[in-house]
Design a protein around this ligand. Structure first.
Ligand code: GLY
Length: 340
């Protein structure tokens, strides 16, 4: 099968059945799988041929301690520079395993089978990997491209509704920043239909990955345009830091609505477009009420890693399918919410 996208001719993204694609893309090397116990139980056949290192689940596993545990198992197993790491799982597994592989013995080859919607649409594609430090998101990591990413929409059937919905927030994000046609598709689709319609879902995954692949192809190391992929994320990271009520996708949905409101106040987004952004997220079932007061979120924002010498690069939607990145101080950003 041909890749749907190829990043810099060194990271191929496939959208299709993992069991068929994997044998075609794995190198002739010793393969060690990094995954978690749930994936191991759900896909025993896929993982059976390989030595396995299983890590914990959830954001609390995204730490340097987990990475150190992987190094230790690699050393015990005799993993060497010619070995290949296959990470199979959601965004936590691919972020952590990608970082471990990118740094073990100064870097060995790795590829991903991405098993969640959030992972397929965002986390696994584009070469960012890393861990949280003291609750601050992605404070240690690298830009290292996986040799391949396989996004198998059939694997999304086993996801709980809540996790599936979380991935849709990143699909809406991709649509708002660069794909008006995808946005319209999401406006028309009902949540239950998206869950069950394989062709529709495959189209949504491909379109959203296409947005990301195009942007990363132009700006791999986030010196400019890649910042657009952080739409809604400045406030989302603050939400995740201040409250455990929301997962990443749910926090991104709230962050996107808050920044769309701010863009209207700034005069760069029409109220009708803001209403469509809020409308599609509500229609997909997101709770759009911030879990803590916005003033508390703003206090956290100054500590966001995207703040460079006190300057944030804020992504403002300017329409459906367009946005701009505007540098502003933390104080100027806070002032956008003075009426909240
Ligand atoms: N998740 C945003 C990025 O990969 O740049």
């Amino acid at each position: 099968m041909k890749p749907a996208f190829s990043l810099h001719n060194r990271s191929d993204v496939y959208v299709g059945p993992a069991a068929e694609i994997l044998p075609e893309v794995l190198p002739a090397a010793r393969v060690v799988v990094v995954s978690d116990a749930t994936i191991d139980r759900l896909y025993p056949g896929l993982l059976a041929p390989y030595e396995k290192v299983l890590i914990g689940r959830g954001e609390s596993a995204k730490t340097l301690q987990t990475v150190e545990g992987i190094y230790r198992r690699f050393i015990e197993l005799g993993v060497d520079r010619k070995s290949f790491v296959l990470a199979v799982g959601g965004g936590i597994v691919t972020d952590v395993a990608g970082f471990a592989a990118a740094t073990y013995m100064r870097g060995i080859g790795f590829g991903f089978v991405s098993t969640t919607l959030l992972g397929q649409i965002d986390a696994s594609v584009g070469g960012k990997n890393g861990v949280n430090v003291d609750g601050y998101k992605n404070m240690a990591g690298s830009f290292t491209q996986p040799c391949f990413v396989i996004c198998d929409p059939a694997m999304l059937r086993s996801l709980p509704d809540r996790e599936f919905r979380a991935g849709l927030a990143e699909a809406v994000k991709a649509a708002v920043i660069a794909d008006a046609a995808l946005f319209a598709r999401l406006e028309e689709a009902r949540f239950e239909v998206l869950r069950g319609d394989a062709a529709l879902l495959s189209g949504v995954v491909s379109a959203a990955v296409g947005v990301k692949a195009a942007i990363v192809g132009r700006d791999e190391r986030e010196t400019g345009e890649r910042r657009k992929l952080n739409l809604g994320h400045t406030l989302a990271h603050a939400i995740e830091k201040c409250s455990d009520r929301m997962n990443h996708g749910e926090a991104v949905a709230v962050g996107t609505v808050l920044i769309a409101d701010a863009a209207v106040r700034l005069g760069v987004l029409a109220p009708a477009a803001r209403d469509r952004i809020r409308g599609v997220l509500a229609h997909l079932g997101f709770d759009l009420t911030p879990p803590v007061p916005v003033a508390r979120l703003l206090r956290e924002v100054g500590k966001d890693k995207k703040s460079e010498a006190g300057v944030l690069h804020i992504v403002l939607p300017t329409g459906i399918g367009s946005c701009e990145v505007r540098p502003m101080t933390c104080d100027a950003f806070a002032a956008l919410f003075a009426t909240e």
